[in-house]
Design a protein around this ligand. Structure first.
Ligand code: SAM
Length: 255
């Protein structure tokens, strides 16, 4: 697996126009890349930031990201030994937590750079998680951390989860979010929209960390995502906000 990319590739792929309010819950994605352009931009961006992805994550979240992933695995609530797909696995942090919980994770990610930086030891392959090379009902569960907003078609992804998870199997999906409380939201908009891009720019790829707060706009409201999960066959889908609403976690059981 090669992580080599031309320096600045993410910069070119993510030449984004400015948006008025960084981190605002607009769900207006007209100014962001779409379709194949988005797939290429996302893959190039993660190839570029893979070497320092974990470091920047720990610093910009004050290590809260570690807690969020552990909570996701806890609320996945599957018996030890379960076969769990970690989708958009990145550097494998969720796989490490899944293994600690006694599960048997398999990971898939689009970016060779991220897969090459994976130190979890879980079996891993390159794949677009909208088209999984997995048989119907073949797995006990799925985790997916901080990737929903990177997908070109979230409904297709949820349908794919409904296809591969066996009846009674469970899913836990994490992503960033926008706090509901107005005061917390404005503090977070300042931090996420202005300070995080600087930290990311100093330590890693500036374009990637300018894109990060803007990419929240790809996420539909929680109520829409829950409706789509139910339509995909998950009967008890629930949504919760973590750490004051800066992150969201959805869990559900396959009917
Ligand atoms: C923010 S990282 C999250 C990595 C990891 N799950 C974590 O918790 O740190 C998002 C990941 O999603 C992957 N990704 C984005 N779109 C994808 C797709 N269509 N198929 C597979 N992986 C994808 C990226 O390559 C990247 O590794």
């Amino acid at each position: 697996m090669s992580a080599t990319r031309t320096p600045g590739a993410a910069d070119r792929a993510l030449s984004l126009p400015s948006m008025s309010t960084p981190g605002s819950p607009s769900w207006d994605t007209t100014e962001l890349p779409q379709g194949d352009q988005k797939v290429r931009a996302v893959r190039d961006m993660f190839d570029a930031i893979a070497p320092r992805y974990d470091l920047v994550n720990r610093i910009m979240t004050f290590r809260l990201d570690v807690r969020w992933r552990r909570k996701a695995v806890r609320l996945l609530d599957l018996p030890s030994g379960s076969r769990v797909l970690d989708l958009a696995s990145g550097t494998g942090d969720l796989c490490i937590d899944l293994r600690r919980a006694g599960h048997r994770p398999i990971s898939f990610d689009l970016s060779f750079g991220m897969l090459a930086a994976d130190r979890s030891g879980a079996p891993r392959s390159q794949a677009d998680i909208l088209r999984l090379p997995i048989a119907d009902g073949a797995v006990d569960g799925v985790t997916c951390g901080f990737a929903l907003r990177n997908l070109v078609d979230l409904r297709t992804f949820f349908d794919e989860l409904g296809r591969v998870v066996r009846p009674g199997g469970r899913i836990a999906l994490l992503d960033v979010s926008v706090p509901r409380n107005r005061l917390v939201r404005s503090g977070h908009a300042l931090y996420f929209g202005r300070i995080v891009p600087r930290i990311g720019g100093w330590l890693s790829d500036p374009a990637a960390y300018r894109y990060l707060p803007k990419s929240v706009a790809y996420l539909p409201p929680a109520s829409t995502m829950l409706e789509w999960l139910r339509a995909a066959g998950f009967h008890d889908a629930t949504h919760r906000q973590l750490s004051g609403g800066i992150t969201q976690l959805m869990v559900a059981t396959r009917a």
